[in-house]
Write a protein that binds this ligand. Structure first.
Ligand code: ADE
Length: 250
């Protein structure tokens, strides 16, 4: 997969060199290219923002540098990238980022990210881009960050771990909380490793029993209790859909 990120803070994305994403890049499974937005300005101050029409606080990102930067990205299409990228615009007013959306994005050959600072990007940039490429505006949660770069890190990490060959154990993401089609929104319960006793605390005996049916049942109960405690909204949703805990993780 190819990923381009246009930003005024390329250094903010340095974590993409580390750990899972860093390894995916090193192995060639992920081709990440960072672009400085200010490289696409033409004034001496390298201006990327201006005051909002209609008044109000803050600044709005100017359309010209964004258009030039995105056109540059599109013009660099390689034979394996697909004709155009899917443009991902992080914004608190976007569609909620979920595991399902991560899977959808993981199926695309090429993503381009447009993280904004200030009050956002001039709307016309998004409108114009949408005429030539798929555009998805994405929120990573109901809070406001100072800019979209952290959202890019979140989205890229969630997508990268779904790419073939990126996770060590090919099955390890099928068990995730929120994996579509498998666990129907059940949160993962507690996990334990050696030693069996640590500072007087013991690993639940059932996990040492070797009885796989019993272990699976225990895990399901723990996951259900956890979901009820942390996310009663999810439990409410199953009830509305006519399910109860016996339908989950079947
Ligand atoms: N930019 C600022 N806040 C954001 C959020 N919650 N999600 C995505 N992008 C953002």
């Amino acid at each position: 997969m190819r990923i381009d990120v246009v930003t005024i803070f390329p250094e903010y994305l340095e974590p993409l060199n580390v750990s899972l994403v860093g390894k995916a890049r090193a192995s060639g499974r992920l081709d990440v290219r960072l672009h400085g937005l200010r490289e696409h300005t033409s004034d001496v101050h390298r201006t990327v923002d201006d005051s909002p029409y209609g008044g109000g606080p803050g600044m709005v990102m100017k359309p010209e540098p964004w258009a030039a930067a995105l056109e540059g990205v599109v013009a660099s299409a390689g034979p394996e990238d697909g004709a155009v990228p899917t443009l991902v615009v992080p914004t608190p007013s976007g569609r909620p980022f979920t595991q399902e959306l991560a899977q959808e994005l993981a199926g695309r050959p090429w993503l381009a990210f447009a993280p904004a600072r200030y009050e956002g990007i001039d709307r016309r940039v998004i409108e114009e881009a949408a005429e030539t490429m798929p555009v998805v505006e994405v929120s990573i949660g109901d809070y406001v960050l100072a800019g979209g770069e952290v959202a890019v890190l979140v989205i890229v990490e969630a997508v990268a771990r779904l790419l073939p060959g990126v996770l060590g154990n090919a099955e390890s993401h099928q068990d995730d909380s929120f994996a579509p089609g498998r666990m129907t929104d059940l949160l993962e319960g507690p996990v334990y490793t050696k030693p069996a006793e640590w500072r007087g605390r013991e690993v639940p005996e059932v996990l040492l029993s070797g009885n796989h049916g019993k272990i699976a049942r225990w895990r399901r109960e723990q996951a259900f209790a956890r979901t009820l405690a942390m996310r009663p909204d999810l439990v409410e949703r199953w009830r509305r859909d006519g399910m109860d805990k016996h339908d989950l993780r079947a």
